[in-house]
Design a protein. Sequence first.
Lengths: 131, 239
Amino acid sequence: MKLLTLNFLTCAIKTCKSNPASFPLHPKDAELEQIEIDMNPIFIRNILPRLDWVALKTLSSELGLASLPEDVPTEEELMGEDGEATQTLKDLHVLLMETGIASGRLCCGACGHEYAVKEGIANFLLPSHLV
Amino acid sequence: MAKNEQDEALSRGEGYEEEHVHSVYEQIASHFSSTRYKPWPIIERFLKSLPAGSIGLDIGCGNGKYLAVNPDIFIVGSDRSHNLVKIASQHQPHAVAVADILDLPHQVHFFDFAISIAVVHHLSTPERRIEAVRSILQTLKPGGQALVYVWALEQESSRRGWSEKDDQDVMVPWVMKGSKKAKNDSNSETPSTDKTFHRYYHLYRKGEIEHDVEAAGGKVVEAGYEKDNWWAIAMRGET
């Protein structure tokens, strides 16, 4: 599961949604994988304004990955005048699109419930006592 | 209603769907997927009209055939069937997870759009169908739109031939063709003889999906009928 996905996931338990501590989910015992995919600079540039940058920084540091800049990179920092992708954009592509969690757990910071990730797929089905 | 039909109606709910929907899709996943590749026009139009960089959900994504329609948007697909999600996970640049429509693992009031195609009709009580629509709408940011698509009762020209007079709650057979070859291949889900599975559907009447959207606190933007299905594009209501 590519790391970009975690910016759009939270706890499946209804009572957690209004609790800010439920986002982002925290990876535990995460085994990472790299899956090469074609870089699409426009795609990265377009989705960046929709990202919760603080959540992404938290995730990246919890996974022990290289630290991200304090603020969201500006358009000029992503593409040179010639439209070429900058190193910043290339790094973001690797982090968001190519780096994924192959296995481990995702933990809710509000209720502590853990969701398993196996073979790159997270399972958010709840046990019947939590539905 | 006959006695056994009454008993059947009373038993509907989560456990019923587990037996008559979820476990069936889990077993027929790859066969089902091989028959689902052509996007329906209304859905294709909806997805292609979204601005580049839009972020949305495909709730009940099945094999992920709609993930491939617009490469300029990002979709997180989810489905109750792990086997279908595995198939859907191949569609870059998108993402998928296993989740239940009534307990979605997403932020509320956040997404630019959502689609839920041929999903809500698998919930087996009126309350659960409205709850499913509410769950979809809840993910949308103000102004965000959801496309919900359900099977119609009125499909006299289809091979099923149902019409207004028929029962809306039906079991629909899925025949998995057997193959002699499969006998020697234990990894294949293909049986050695034909095997029939039955999935539960609630067939929607004209106007019913609009009713469910409104009962869920939503507003219908546009609605219509496309080849044996009713569809509605909806937004969250004012509250």
